[in-house]
Design a protein around this ligand. Structure first.
Ligand SMILES: Nc1ncnc2c1ncn2[C@@H]1O[C@H](COP(=O)(O)OP(=O)(O)O)[C@@H](O)[C@H]1O
Ligand SMILES: [Mg+2]
Length: 313
């Protein structure tokens, strides 16, 4: 379904979002956000809690009206062609939303009816997806008896019922235990390698670097940067990092004089750079007396540098 929705114009984006804006009263949750997603790409919206990720993607999957801006999916205008678009997208919302009165299989069957799938085909597809998500053995159980990981897999199966061309996931693995998280990641990697386009939100750095071809880091409703995970790391955190606990004034002066990229957290100084330009060797021999850690730069460094290190509740 929806196959012929693609490539109706050029260049063809799966998602083209321009100047998206979402306000709640006076509050601006999404502030002039523009991005696109290419066919077969996995794009991640990365940001701390309250950044505006959910508000953004709820507009993309047609759940929440835009305050301003324009959105095209498969080249179709969201405002006028939502009915056609919905047949080609699958959505996992941030919260799991199964029907608690129905069994695992019934949940899928009822959902399939929203897509006008014939009953037999729906059941066949549902059973196939339950097997794919390792839930086959629980198909006649009520959903209230499922663990968090199973429930998430059920919601993922539900999102795939209509063979979507675009899968939209809001924090697919938040609150899952490591086994369940990896199980979901493996399925998503498979789907991606089969060519499914994916838009997801996350604040999990492992998830972002493992699954996403490209990332948009956002905060306070705005896009801060976008790019490939490796390129973002190189640009905003270099390649290697040295962390020095309880830095003294001499070290601070040295770092200033050398104009190193760094963050001074008071009790800890973090210096970003490249190990092979001998910066760290010079620091090490002069200043690493107590605690000093050298490690590779990560996406987490980029994230914290751009969104701040203060506690957020
Ligand atoms: N329905 C709403 N009414 C008022 N404020 C909202 C509503 N939904 C979200 N917000 C606010 O918008 C901001 C962005 O929220 P959200 O998009 O859920 O962020 P994220 O998904 O990145 O954590 C937050 O400050 C949140 O409190
Ligand atoms: Mg959210």
């Amino acid at each position: 379904m929806g196959e012929d929705l693609n490539f109706m114009g050029s260049p063809r984006y799966i998602i083209e979002a321009k100047n998206l804006r979402k306000t709640f009263g006076e509050f601006v949750a999404v502030d002039d956000v523009s991005f696109h997603l290419l066919q077969g790409e996995c794009l991640g919206l990365l940001g701390p809690n309250g950044a505006g990720k959910t508000s953004t993607i709820r507009m993309v999957y047609g759940f929440s009206p835009m305050t301003d801006g324009s959105l095209h999916l498969f080249g179709l205008d969201m405002k006028t062609e939502w009915r056609a678009i919905r047949f080609s997208i699958g959505v996992c919302q941030q919260e799991n939303t199964p029907d608690p009165d129905l069994t695992v299989l019934q949940n899928l069957q009822v959902f399939a009816s929203y897509f006008d799938m014939p009953r037999r085909a729906a059941k066949e597809k549902a059973l196939q997806l339950l097997q794919y998500m390792a839930l086959d053995h629980r198909r006649n159980d009520t959903v209230t008896s499922l663990s968090g990981g199973m429930l998430r897999r059920l919601i993922l199966a539900r999102a795939l019922l209509n063979d979507p061309e675009l899968l939209i996931l809001d924090e697919p693995t938040t609150a899952l235990d490591p086994q369940s998280r990896h199980q979901v990641w493996e399925r998503l990697e498979e789907l991606r390698s089969e060519g499914l386009s994916i838009l997801l939100t996350t604040h999990n750095m492992d998830e972002a670097s493992r699954l996403c071809d490209r990332l948009i880091i956002m905060d306070h409703g705005k896009i801060l940067v976008q790019g490939k995970p490796s390129a973002l790391i190189r640009e905003y955190a270099g390649r290697d990092v040295v962390e020095i606990t309880e830095p003294d004034q001499e070290l601070r002066d040295f770092v200033q004089s050398q104009q190193f990229m760094h963050d001074d957290l008071g009790h800890r100084l973090i210096i970003y750079g490249q190990a092979d330009d001998r910066v760290f060797e010079r620091i090490g021999s002069r200043f690493c007396r107590e605690k000093c850690i050298q490690r590779m730069a990560t996406l987490e460094d980029v994230f914290l540098r751009l969104t701040g290190r203060e506690l957020r509740e």
